[in-house]
Design a protein around this ligand. Structure first.
Ligand code: MSP
Length: 502
């Protein structure tokens, strides 16, 4: 069986989750569900980035210890992922003892290879971004615009500079590594000047301690080094434990990642620093690292510090988590920025979910119950609907491979719209008992549609199947054959899938 290893960034737990965090995680969940549907063995890793100055400062502000703060906040993330039906295989926390041990042994391995050496870091550091500034940036952070701290501290450097040429080569030979295409130039430009070595420790009380025997009192491992390595510790990689052990099996099975999703805010970390660390460890690189666009709010990137975040719990309680999953992926192509407004959300909800999809299911369900006593009638020719739905798999697969959720959903909207036109033209309400084959075709279309919609709308897909009495039919690729619904299947009355928002 093919494998599929997929990751999201691990989120800082200094503050509550917002819609931006939901975006990446929902996108990953959709991919994971799609790949499971295709029959692959999937490992979907997400988690929490729990160390660093930013988390320590937030804990001080809240009057809690850092551990207390992260324990509380991580629970909010877990609750949210449950609410949104995120089916991850592992949720990693960087404060886990096992993760910390792995970080230390990777640090030691790099030190043995001569990739880590002691020195003094002189320069500026942005705590909110947990980032060392390049000397040319000056004293304010180019990413968030805030003032930074001037540091002069003893540290250990990672020889990032050693990997500059190999990175360049890798980008040329593996164009699919940097996705989407539109950010390729930006990433490649990051290599136009010599790469500085990267300071790997901080004078910070809240972080992974240096490995035993490494000098440096008061130093902990730089939070980004700790965080990036979650993608390795998440599948139990450990340079000290051989691959054949139980520990090593997960790594052996799943490494390297097939897709890593990140927001475009952190592409330097993921397209430059991360692959360089893997090169230093002699490990294969991820196949694809995709930097998606931002959700803006009031034309600025949605972020806690700007005070413009959309609160997902509240949103889900008002409109349902399915609608939020749908909106995020249907509204804007994945590589682009989008403006999140309640007005846009309501418009899309009403048009795509309430009027088109919800109405289609509701209308023919009603007709089967009134014209045929609630039993799916016998089929004749599948006609245009059979042609429209079967054979979509290659195009949809291609779209998912390109992370084109927008195009994927556009294709499914066309199916819904064909179904609604068909219903208008066939007008079963006029044909009475002669409308049987048309209603069969609509049932079959909705069944197949529910299979395709499942990755994005898992609850809705199950509700569609339940009201049409199709719960016992297959849901894998074999479900795509036209004609699996048995005539006589009992259709039941159900509340609207997406009640119209006034
Ligand atoms: N902890 C680091 C990541 C370490 S990964 C080894 C971090 N965390 S974060 O909490 O700031 O989350 C960043 C990620 O959340 C972004 O890369 C993106 O995936 C998502 N988003 C946060 N705000 C977002 C928007 N406004 N819009 C879209 N995605 C956003 O960076």
């Amino acid at each position: 069986m093919d494998k599929y290893y997929l990751t999201t960034p691990i989120y800082y737990v200094n503050a509550q989750p917002h819609v931006g965090h939901v975006y990446t995680t929902v996108a990953a969940d959709v991919l994971a569900r799609w790949e499971r549907f295709l029959g692959k063995e999937v490992f979907f890793l997400t988690g929490a980035d729990e160390h660093g100055s930013k988390v320590a400062a937030a804990a001080d502000q809240a009057g809690l210890s850092p551990q207390e703060l992260v324990d509380q906040t991580v629970q909010r993330y877990l609750d949210l992922w449950k609410l949104l039906e995120i089916k991850f295989d592992r949720f990693i926390r960087t404060t886990e003892a096992e993760h910390q041990k792995i970080i230390q042994s990777i640090f030691s391995a790099l030190q043995r290879n001569g990739d880590i050496y002691p020195g003094v870091y002189e320069g500026h550091y942005c705590v909110p971004c947990e980032r060392y500034l390049a000397p040319a940036e000056g004293i304010d952070c180019a990413d968030c615009g805030r003032p930074t701290e001037k540091l002069s501290e003893e540290t250990y450097f990672f020889r990032l500079s050693r990997y500059q040429e190999r990175l360049k080569e890798h980008f040329v030979k593996n164009p699919e590594f940097i996705q989407p295409e539109r950010i390729r130039d930006e990433v490649t430009n990051m290599l136009s000047d010599p790469l500085p070595d990267l300071s790997l420790t901080r004078r910070c009380r809240w972080g992974v301690p240096l490995p035993e025997g490494v000098a440096g009192s008061g130093l902990t491992i730089y939070v980004w080094f700790d965080a990036l390595l979650n993608y390795l510790s998440g599948v139990n990689y450990n340079p000290l434990s051989p691959a054949e052990t139980d520990q090593g099996k997960l790594f052996q099975r799943f490494w390297p990642p097939d897709v890593q999703l990140v927001g475009k805010d952190i592409i330097r970390f993921h397209h430059i620093i991360w692959p360089a660390i893997l090169m230093a460890l002699n490990l294969p690189l991820p196949k694809k690292v995709f930097g998606h666009g931002w959700w803006l709010s009031g034309n600025e990137k949605m972020s806690k510090s700007k005070g413009n975040v959309v609160e997902p719990f509240d949103f889900c309680s008002r409109y349902g988590s399915e609608a939020l999953r749908y909106f995020l992926l249907a509204e804007v192509p994945f590589g682009m920025d989008g403006n999140f407004t309640e007005d846009a959300f309501r418009k899309r909800y009403n048009s795509d979910l309430a009027n088109d999809l919800g109405n289609l299911i509701h209308r023919f369900n009603h007709l089967i119950r009134t014209n045929f006593g609630g039993k799916v009638p016998a089929p004749q020719d599948g006609g245009i609907l059979a042609r429209k739905t079967t054979g979509l798999l290659p195009a949809l697969t291609q779209k998912m491979e390109n992370l084109d959720f927008f195009g994927f959903l556009e294709t499914l909207r066309e199916v819904v719209s064909t179904g609604n036109h068909y219903l208008d033209e066939e007008a079963p309400w006029r044909k009475g008992p002669n409308s049987g084959p048309a209603l069969y075709n609509l049932t079959e279309t909705s069944r197949i549609l529910s299979i395709y919609l499942e990755p994005v709308l898992p609850r809705t897909a199950a509700l569609i199947r339940r009201q049409l009495g199709l719960m016992d039919l297959p849901t894998g690729k074999e479900a795509l054959t036209w004609g699996l619904t048995k005539p006589g299947t009992i259709v039941t009355k159900a509340p609207p899938l997406f009640p119209r928002i006034k």
